[in-house]
Design a binder for this molecule. Structure first.
Ligand SMILES: [Zn+2]
Length: 395
C-alpha cells in the first residue's frame, strides 16, 4: 500500500469521527422546550351575587404533555410524552428531544396536587379532572414544532366558572395540607396521601368526608366555599393521622342533631370531630390572610363565632336555656363549697366527695335521698306548725 493512499484514508476517518462528534455535541441543543404558566380565577361568595376576584396560580399541579405526528393535517394518534408538575407560581418548563418539524403538542392541566385529586363534576367520569389551555372558552392551544430549539408556550388563564371551581378546590386543600405539614408533630410518621374530591350536583345533602373511600363530596354550589372545603379536609386529616369518628349530623355549635330525626346526639367524640375541623379551618384561614374566600359561617363557624362561644349560646334561645339550667344544677355543687368557705364540710360537700373522689356512688345516692327525705320532713313539720295560723286567716 502506498503512503499517499494511507494518508488519504486517515483523513477520511478523521473527517467521519469529527462529523460524528459534531452530531453528538449538537444533540442536546436539538430539543424543543414546552412551557406555560397557568392561573384560575377565584370567586367570592361573600358578596351577593358572588363576584370574580383574583387570578391565582395553579400551583404544584400535575401537567401532562402530549404530542402527535399529523397525517394530512390531522392527528390520528396522540401519545403522552411526559408528566410534570407546576411550581408555586403555576409555571412549568420541559425539554423534549427534537423529532422533526411538524410535531404537534398539547398540554393537559389537572386539578391534582399533593393534597387532592379532584374529579369532574359529572355523574360518570373515568378520570380525574383536567382541562386544556384555551378551553373551554375557545379552541384548545396546540403548538407545532418548526425547528429544533423552539419554545412552545401554553400559558393560559382559566377564567370560566367550572374550570376555576375545580382548580380552586385543589388549591385550597393544598394550602391546608401545607399548614398541616408545617405544624405536625415531627415524631409522627403517618404519610399524608392525596384525598379524592368529588364535586356533584346529584347529592342533596351537605359536603362530607367519607373515610371508607377516602373521598370528600362537595356539592356544586360549594366549590368556591374555601372555609367549608378546609373543614372537610380536616376530617380527612383526622382519619389519616388519628382516628375519625364518622358521626353524620347537623350541628350549630350548641346541638349536634341526627340527620333526618333531629334528635340531639352530642358526645365527646362528636365534639372533637367537629371542634377540630372548625378550629383547623379557622387557623388555616388566619395564617393565610387574603387567600381564602367564602360565605361566613357556611359549613364551619366564622372566626368571630369561634372566638365568642358565649355570644353564640346567647343567640340561640334553646341553647341558652339548656346551658343556664346546667349552670344552676352545677351551682348545687359550687354553693356549699362557697358557704362552707372550704373549711366546714357540709352534707353536699360529702355527697360530692363520695361521688367524685371515692366513686362511692351508692352511698352518695343514699345520702342525697336521705337529705331529700329530711327536707320533706322539715317542710311537713313547718306546715303542721303553721296550721293554727292558717285558721286565724290573714289580717
Ligand atoms: Zn364537619
Amino acid at each position: 500500500m502506498r503512503a499517499g493512499r494511507l494518508v488519504a484514508m486517515r483523513l477520511k476517518l478523521t473527517l467521519v469521527i469529527a462529523l460524528l462528534g459534531a452530531l453528538f455535541v449538537a444533540a442536546p441543543a436539538s430539543a424543543e422546550t414546552i412551557t406555560g404558566t397557568f392561573r384560575f380565577q377565584d370567586r367570592s361568595t361573600a358578596t351577593s351575587p358572588p363576584t370574580w376576584t383574583t387570578p391565582r396560580p395553579i400551583a404544584s399541579a400535575k401537567v401532562e404533555v402530549w404530542s402527535c405526528a399529523p397525517v394530512a393535517g390531522f392527528c390520528p394518534l396522540w401519545g403522552r410524552d411526559a408528566t410534570t408538575t407546576t411550581d408555586p407560581a403555576g409555571s412549568f418548563s420541559l425539554s423534549l428531544a427534537f423529532r422533526g418539524a411538524g410535531i404537534v403538542y398539547a398540554v393537559r392541566v389537572y386539578a391534582t396536587n399533593a393534597a387532592a385529586v379532584v374529579w369532574p363534576k359529572v355523574l360518570l367520569s373515568t378520570e380525574p379532572y383536567w382541562q386544556e389551555p384555551g378551553q373551554p372558552d375557545g379552541t384548545p392551544i396546540r403548538n407545532t414544532v418548526k425547528a429544533p430549539g423552539d419554545v412552545l408556550d401554553f400559558s393560559y388563564d382559566f377564567v370560566d366558572f367550572w374550570s376555576s371551581a375545580h382548580f380552586n378546590i385543589a388549591d385550597t386543600l393544598l394550602v391546608g395540607r401545607t399548614y398541616a405539614d408545617a405544624n405536625r408533630d415531627p415524631a409522627e410518621s403517618d404519610t399524608l396521601g392525596p384525598v379524592t374530591v368529588q364535586p356533584t350536583s346529584a347529592w342533596p345533602g351537605t359536603d362530607f368526608y367519607n373515610p371508607t373511600n377516602n373521598t370528600i363530596t362537595v356539592v356544586a354550589s360549594d366549590m368556591f366555599e374555601d372555609f367549608t372545603l378546609l373543614h372537610e379536609y380536616a376530617h380527612f386529616l383526622q382519619n389519616e393521622i388519628s382516628t375519625f369518628a364518622a358521626i353524620p349530623s347537623l350541628h350549630d355549635g350548641c346541638f349536634a342533631r341526627m340527620i333526618g330525626t333531629g334528635t340531639p346526639i352530642n358526645s365527646e367524640e362528636h365534639a372533637w370531630m367537629e371542634g377540630f375541623a372548625d378550629y383547623f379551618s379557622g387557623v388555616v384561614r388566619t395564617s393565610n390572610p387574603g387567600r381564602f374566600e367564602g360565605t361566613a359561617g357556611r359549613g364551619t363557624p366564622s372566626n368571630a363565632v369561634l372566638e365568642n362561644p358565649v355570644g353564640t349560646i346567647a343567640a340561640d334561645p334553646v341553647c341558652a336555656g339548656v346551658t343556664t339550667s346546667f349552670a344552676w344544677t352545677f351551682s348545687a355543687f359550687a354553693t356549699p363549697q362557697l358557704i362552707g368557705g372550704g373549711q366546714v364540710n357540709m352534707v353536699s360537700n360529702l355527697v360530692y366527695q363520695l361521688g367524685f373522689a371515692s366513686f362511692n356512688f351508692p352511698f352518695a345516692a343514699s345520702l342525697s335521698v336521705a337529705g331529700l327525705v329530711l327536707t320533706f320532713a322539715v317542710l311537713a313539720l313547718l306546715r303542721a306548725a303553721a296550721r293554727p295560723l292558717e285558721r286565724i286567716g290573714p289580717n
